[in-house]
Design a binder for this molecule. Structure first.
Ligand code: IPE
Ligand code: IPE
Ligand code: MG
Length: 264
């Protein structure tokens, strides 16, 4: 999968424009390329609704239209992979009616979007423990996977019941099972082998992690994979986040100097 992905990325990189829309943000001349993987912590729906005197769930519904917009932008700009944090392993602590609403949203979203996603050649994946979702949510997850599994364009990962620590624990357990079956050896466990057993196996690590709503934390999102990601924070609440904000984040990313522990 990683081979396939990198091959596709190289092919796509030749076609994509050299910069986000110039009207949004002029780029530095040494612009190093686009991120291969953008990950977004879509936060602030509740506050957006509170500010308008609306119930929190109205913010979640409004946020859904931004998901559509961000997917369209990534498709149009040739970004190969987008991961969206939709529900965390900690979000079960919320009041039952809010959790119930959030578990219905994927049905609403994919029912209205699936045809366009297929048309855009988007391959949808889910990361997180989807087996613990209610049956009706699992059903839409399966249907969406089926409808988009043959697609070869933008990969969109929906993180649903996702937790970074749980992701690592599951990877280690998978390795332990292989050791127990005599197919692997503890001495050979390394970072690469953990990475190959994470939910994001086969995809590049996120280059850019965006968080909306002014919170400056990862909240257990891709904690292994984002070890060297560039982080970009904005006070904008998720239901107000537009493709122009995304372009701004990418333009800022392109001006960063990534050193990965080395020196330039
Ligand atoms: C993000 O918005 C969506 C989910 C976590 C599901 P929030 O619901 O966390 O909104 P705030 O942070 O309370 O404003
Ligand atoms: C992170 O937002 C989870 C999602 C965006 C799905 P939270 O609102 O749950 O994070 P905390 O609780 O403020 O850290
Ligand atoms: Mg929040």
């Amino acid at each position: 999968m990683l081979e396939w992905f990198l091959g596709r990325w190289r092919a796509t990189s030749r076609k994509i424009p050299a910069s986000p829309p110039a009207s949004v943000s002029p780029l530095a001349p040494e612009t190093p390329g686009w991120p291969a993987h953008v990950a977004i912590i879509m936060d602030g729906n509740g506050r957006w609704a509170n500010q308008r005197g609306l119930p929190r769930v109205a913010g979640h519904r409004a946020g859904m239209t931004r998901v559509r917009e961000v997917i369209q932008a990534c498709h149009e700009w040739g970004i190969p992979c987008l991961t969206l944090f939709a529900f965390s392993t900690e979000n079960w602590k919320r009041p039952p009616h809010e959790v119930e609403f959030l578990m219905r949203l994927p049905e609403e979203f994919f029912r209205s979007e699936i045809d366009e996603l297929v048309e855009r050649d988007v391959r949808v994946r889910f990361i997180g423990d989807t087996h613990r979702l209610p049956p009706h949510t699992q059903a839409i997850v399966s249907r969406t996977l089926e409808r988009t599994q043959g697609n070869r364009g933008l990969v969109v990962n929906f993180a649903l019941n996702y937790g970074g620590r749980a992701d690592i624990v599951e990877a280690v357990k998978a390795y332990a099972a292989e050791v127990a079956a005599g197919h692997a050896n503890w001495d050979e466990l390394n970072e690469e082998r953990i990475g190959q057993r994470l939910s994001t196996a086969g995809l590049p690590d996120p280059d850019l992690v965006i968080r909306t709503s002014g919170e400056l934390r990862l909240s257990n999102f891709l904690i292994w994979q984002a070890a060297y990601a560039e982080l970009w924070f904005t006070d904008v609440l998720w239901p107000d986040f537009t493709r122009e904000h995304l372009a701004q984040a990418i333009a800022d990313y392109q001006r960063r100097k990534r050193r990965f522990g080395g020196i330039k």
